[in-house]
Design a protein around this ligand. Structure first.
Ligand code: GTP
Ligand code: SAM
Ligand code: SF4
Ligand code: SF4
Length: 307
């Protein structure tokens, strides 16, 4: 069974923010659309929500945040939810990967996405606020030994790191990782913000350039994102483009529901009016049937953001 929303979009994956806290401070960070952080779910509460989701056909889970790996119980969380999930992945800034990668793998994590906007140490510090690029690069070395696929997330910013796109394509090919090139995304009301105006870099022209040089192009079901297969000196690079701003096709093919670290189901990254509390009912001993109804209510609230 898979639940389908009012717009005909099946809901097949759950994106869980484990904490809104982070050990870095990227200036553009959307924190998965979460604004509150007054409480965090316990491992057993997360496990219960994932079990209920799996009964509704939601079998792919992404762990994110804030930085998911700063939770002291991260390995326990992975171990607890593993049995209910077919594709269990994490998006991380990579700072703890060298230390934790082995335990996460052992606990059952399938794959990781690691954020890496630049290979330049000074720029990395100016973006994230911390001089930890060498630590992150070591984390990537560790990750590619443990997991497949590893994706590297590069948020492309005008005048800041747009000159590094081809270096990053080569770096990813060399490490046998997939590169995700990502446009900065903000909700409508923030399109006037200083950083969006200054740094937004449209990836559309680059996609057109890719079309001319690729050996293959594939399209993912989720968001109908394109994956380009580009020849490099290090073999074929796989480059996925995440172009979400004002993209109606992207939203029409959104198959995700979200869970905030405070225990609220959230229907869309960019909406501000879409939280459905599931943690309070759990703490008040709600039955599985009641939790299923809460999921269904949230799924009914889903709508494409850009339409
Ligand atoms: N607007 C929007 N952006 C998203 C959504 N999901 C992911 N993103 C953005 O896509 C980029 C990559 O996100 P990741 O956390 O690596 O996850 P992903 O690539 O979507 O997931 P996988 O491909 O399954 O690993 C980030 O910039 C996210 O903010 C979504 O549903 N809506
Ligand atoms: C919010 S972070 C959380 C996970 C982890 N801390 C990390 O940085 O990978 C998830 C992903 O969203 C991306 N991201 C954050 N803010 C963004 C924005 N405004 N636009 C596009 N992507 C963004 C990050 O680069 C990262 O790849
Ligand atoms: S590391 Fe991730 S959560 Fe932390 S500030 Fe950067 S993008 Fe946001
Ligand atoms: S509806 Fe669009 S903006 Fe909202 S989460 Fe889905 S893809 Fe992202």
């Amino acid at each position: 069974m898979v639940l389908v929303d009012r717009f005909g979009r099946p809901v097949t994956n759950l994106r869980i923010s484990l904490t809104n806290e982070c050990n870095l401070n990227c200036f553009y960070c959307h924190r998965e659309g979460q604004t509150l952080s007054f409480q965090e779910m316990k491992p057993e509460e997360i496990e219960r929500i994932v079990r209920i989701a799996s009964q509704l056909g939601i079998k792919k889970v992404k762990l994110t945040g804030g930085e998911p790996t700063i939770r002291k119980d991260i390995v326990e969380i992975v171990r607890r939810i593993r049995p209910y999930v077919e594709d269990l992945s994490m998006t991380t800034n990579g700072t703890t990967m060298k230390l934790l990668g082995g335990s996460l793998k052992e606990a059952g994590l399938d794959r990781v996405n690691i954020s890496l906007d630049t290979l330049d140490r000074k720029k990395y510090k100016s973006i994230t606020g911390f001089d930890v690029l060498p630590q992150v690069l070591e984390g990537i070395e560790k990750a590619v030994k443990l997991f497949y696929p590893v994706k590297l997330n590069m948020v492309v910013m005008k005048g800041l790191n747009d000159g590094e796109i081809w270096d990053m394509i080569n770096y990813a090919a060399q490490k046998n990782a997939i590169l995700q090139l990502i446009e900065i995304e903000v909700p409508r009301e923030m399109e006037d913000s200083w950083f969006f105006k200054k740094y937004f870099y449209s990836l559309k022209p680059l996609e057109e350039k890719f079309e001319e040089i690729v050996v293959d192009v594939k399209e993912r079901r989720m968001h109908r994102r394109k994956k380009y297969f580009i020849p490099t000196d290090y073999g074929i690079a796989e480059v996925e483009v995440v172009r979400s701003m004002h993209n109606t096709i992207f939203c029409a093919n959104c198959t995700r529901i979200r869970l905030t670290s405070t225990g609220h189901l959230k229907t869309c990254l960019l909406r501000r009016d879409d939280l459905v509390d599931i943690l309070t009912p759990i703490r008040n001993n709600a039955s599985d049937e009641e939790l299923i109804e809460i999921f269904k209510k949230a799924i009914l609230m889903r709508e494409p953001y850009w339409k």
